[in-house]
Design a protein around this ligand. Structure first.
Ligand SMILES: Cc1cc2nc3c(=O)[nH]c(=O)nc-3n(C[C@H](O)[C@H](O)[C@H](O)COP(=O)(O)OP(=O)(O)OC[C@H]3O[C@@H](n4cnc5c(N)ncnc54)[C@H](O)[C@@H]3O)c2cc1C
Length: 371
């Protein structure tokens, strides 16, 4: 049995209980069968949005390479887990960049990956300039749901132990950083209780990124009459990161520490070679496909509908209704409905049939809230 499949032992279990109590102390209710129903209806939709997750079946790319005279550190391709992994991959990318022994560093891209990488480098003493074609609120990172759980970022049959090692390391480092931010309202990070609901046993053992130990209060493979009447379920506490609050706060921190933002669209590596910096950290997300000729990088289209907020909703869920995935996460400013993944689908227009699927699916869930 592989390390990651082994259930947490008694010591870890005790630690989880302690962490669970800490989450509850911060105002999160115990994961369990008490759910205010989501008020579902088209009239409550604030907006629907589409984003293209930067997906690589072989997992995200985090490595340093030579490109002519440049040292390029790649940090892209985080699929549906870029917000979750951001701080962890940022720390790992910053280590690779620092090893070039240059203090003047260019970060390409101003999504969550570029901003966190720039901040980590800056805090380590580097002089950092972010060059990007778009800045928040106009990045894919602004569209993310964004709950803390790195998902939809690799294909099981395409990765090996070394990737899982990197994923676990990045997850652990990232989750720890986010926990500190949950104590500071200016970052828009807060705890929720989350439930993964199934009608039958899981078809395969899901790898919990970072290891089960980091999932606060985890109750895994529960059976019997569970939340919303489902017979098989997992529950744990996790963090919500509101990109509308989080990303501007990162930009403020970066500028306050003397960082520079430059609007620039790179058509090719030749454009990058014209920069004064020789150490480049590439955080261009899906843009890396053409910029660095990486055909493995494809979009995984996702569509979200935001409902009017309900302060009484302090839980999230992910499940499948009629064979289609759906999830709901609460923010202070909205309830986020989503779950669609369209591999190699470049269409950024809102699909009304998908809006209907969301409304219908979550209405079924609301009807089961009291079960
Ligand atoms: C519907 C949906 C739901 C999601 N939910 C979650 C979730 O719950 N949890 C989670 O962790 N993640 C989630 N994600 C995934 C997350 O949004 C991505 O993994 C993350 O945003 C990737 O960040 P990034 O910085 O690499 O890319 P981006 O945010 O796309 O940033 C890339 C930056 O590079 C710049 N750029 C690109 N090409 C060039 C170029 N040629 N020249 C100059 N600049 C360039 C862009 O302008 C942009 O600033 C979700 C995504 C979607 C679409």
């Amino acid at each position: 049995m592989r390390r990651r499949d082994v259930l947490a032992g008694a010591t870890a279990g005790a630690a989880l209980l302690a962490l669970g109590s800490r989450a509850q102390a911060q105002g999160v209710r115990e994961a369990g069968p008490s759910f205010a129903p989501v008020k579902v209806g088209r009239e409550r939709i604030v907006r629907s949005v589409v984003g293209l997750r930067p997906f690589r079946e072989t997992g995200f790319r985090l490595e340093r390479v030579k490109v002519g005279r440049l040292d390029v550190v790649h940090n892209y391709g985080h699929g549906g887990g870029g917000v979750s992994l951001s701080w962890g991959c940022a720390e790992m990318a910053a280590d690779l960049a620092r090893d070039t022994n240059r203090s003047d560093i260019a970060v390409l891209g101003a999504g969550v990956i570029g901003l966190t990488t720039a901040l980590v480098l800056q805090r380590a003493g580097a002089q950092v300039t972010i060059y990007s074609e778009a800045f928040p609120p106009d990045t894919t990172s602004n569209i993310a749901a964004a709950s803390w759980y790195p998902t939809t970022l690799y294909r099981r049959d395409k990765v090996g132990e070394s990737f899982y090692g990197m994923l676990d390391h990045a997850s652990q480092r990232a989750f720890r950083r986010f926990q500190h931010m949950a104590n500071n309202p200016r970052y828009g990070v807060f705890w929720i209780r989350h439930h993964v609901l199934r009608s039958g046993p899981p078809s395969q053992v899901e790898h919990y990124p970072g290891g089960e130990e980091i999932f606060v209060g985890l109750r895994r493979n529960q059976t019997g009459h569970g939340p919303f009447g489902f017979a098989h379920w997992d529950a744990y506490y996790t963090l919500m990161i509101d990109p509308d609050i989080f990303l501007p706060a990162l930009i403020d921190d970066f500028i306050a520490a003397g960082g520079k933002l430059v609007h620039q669209d790179f058509a090719s590596v030749k454009d990058i070679e014209r920069l004064k910096q020789r150490t480049i950290v590439n955080c261009t997300g899906l843009g890396a496909r053409t910029l660095f000729d990486d055909p493995v990088l494809i979009p995984a289209r996702g569509q979200l509908s935001m409902l009017l907020p309900q302060p009484e909703i302090d839980y999230g869920y992910a499940t499948s209704i009629d064979g289609g995935s759906i999830y709901m996460f609460p923010r202070k400013s909205a309830l986020v409905l989503g779950g669609s993944v369209g591999f190699d689908n470049w269409n950024t227009r809102v699909d009304d049939a998908e809006v209907t699927r969301m409304i219908d699916g979550h209405a079924i869930m609301a009807g089961r809230a009291a079960m």
